[in-house]
Design a protein around this ligand. Structure first.
Ligand SMILES: NC(=O)c1ccc[n+]([C@@H]2O[C@H](COP(=O)([O-])OP(=O)(O)OC[C@H]3O[C@@H](n4cnc5c(N)ncnc54)[C@H](OP(=O)(O)O)[C@@H]3O)[C@@H](O)[C@H]2O)c1
Length: 326
């Protein structure tokens, strides 16, 4: 291992905690094994990553926990210098305490820095299912059910087992209905965000409410599972605006997606198990910034292309995935 990357920008959460602007995504897209992902976590933290985006549904928190133990015991990093997230999966909305305890145990931690409600519905699909699978028990969004889940997160926060609570896969209208009811406000919002899907309204709404937006699929998730692929999807790394800026900076278009996200004010969580990739995804935020003109050009890459449509969470009677995003 050559250098340790430092100087990565950080954001202050409404809890006062600092969160790095780049974290390593840990969802293997049904393509990479837990061993490959935990090996990437090991290499990434040794290279300077200080944030990991985890979730129980990624089915690798125990492997990541083993690697964290190794990193802490070799003195590479201290627990307090890491920012680690996890998420409660949809089938555990009524048992959030139990779900969080399992993630804590698997990750080998006494607290999680930021714990998300992964989706605002208790609609379960099995990991690895195909895009046409439907669960007859799925239901539309319910403020009462969501708030019951949130209250359990608030209890975990009160007990110090999670240091901040986050929401994920929300919309402005859902946020408007739940934010006034939250005793502990969300500190961060995980949302799909990449040049072809910029979610300007949701991004601005989060900022205006002192919630740090965290963009997932920042590179347009080129390795995403089949269930998240549809006709008409665009590849962010092939967009003319992104390719032009990448050529001018002599870097891969993926790197431009990361620079753009961070300069825009997002935290971003690119996934990669490949060392040169994850190193460049972190390092690029410390050097050679995009110009104002390039940021303007990249605004034009918007194509309203949502990749994670969530159709597997539709309830009986609902046929269009857009129902999930009202
Ligand atoms: N909250 C949620 O509901 C939610 C949903 C989705 C994702 N997430 C989180 O967001 C993370 C990131 O999303 P994602 O994994 O779907 O997609 P992504 O980060 O947009 O794309 C990852 C892929 O991009 C390629 N890549 C990465 N760095 C590169 C580089 N420097 N140069 C060239 N190619 C590069 C790799 O493809 P190859 O593998 O082909 O090399 C990698 O597998 C996830 O891991 C997860 O932690 C959260």
């Amino acid at each position: 291992m050559s250098e340790i990357i430092t100087g990565v920008p950080r954001y202050k959460l409404n809890t006062g905690a600092m969160m790095p602007a780049v974290g390593l995504g840990t969802f293997g897209s049904d393509k990479y094994t837990p061993e490959q992902i935990s090996a990437a976590v090991l290499g990434a933290v040794r290279s300077g990553y200080r944030m990991l985006d985890c979730a129980s549904v990624y089915q690798n928190e125990d492997e990541i926990g083993r690697v964290l133990k190794e990193l802490f015991s070799e003195g590479c990093v201290k627990r307090e210098d890491m920012f680690i997230t996890s998420k409660v999966w949809n089938d555990q909305h009524r048992e959030v305490i139990k779900a969080c305890e399992k993630s804590l145990e698997d990750l080998g931690l006494s607290y999680i820095d930021l714990y998300f409600v992964h989706w605002p519905f208790p609609n379960y699909h099995a990991p690895g299912c195909d895009g046409d699978s439907r669960n007859p028990d799925s239901k539309p969004f319910s403020v009462d059910e969501f708030m019951d889940t949130w209250r359990q997160c608030e209890q975990l926060y009160d007990e110090g087992r999670i240091k901040a609570i986050g929401m994920s896969n929300m919309t402005v209208s859902k946020l408007e209905s739940v934010l006034p009811l939250c005793r502990i406000k969300p500190a961060a919002l995980e949302m799909e965000c990449h040049p072809s899907f910029q979610q300007e309204e949701l991004f601005e709404y989060a900022k205006a409410h002192d919630i740090v937006p965290i963009g997932f699929c920042p590179i347009g998730s080129p390795s995403r599972p089949e269930r998240d692929r549809s006709e008409g999807d665009v590849a962010d790394t092939e967009l003319e605006e992104v390719v032009k800026v990448a050529r001018d900076h002599n870097v891969h278009p993926a790197v431009i997606c990361i620079k753009w996200a961070v300069q825009r004010g997002l935290c971003t969580i690119p996934f990669s198990v490949k060392e040169p990739q994850y190193i460049s995804n972190l390092k690029c935020t410390t050097e050679d910034p995009l110009t104002d003109e390039e940021m303007e050009l990249l605004k034009k890459a918007e194509r309203n292309c949502r990749l994670v449509k969530g159709q597997v969470f539709l309830w009986p009677g609902a046929t269009d995935w857009k129902e999930l995003w009202k």
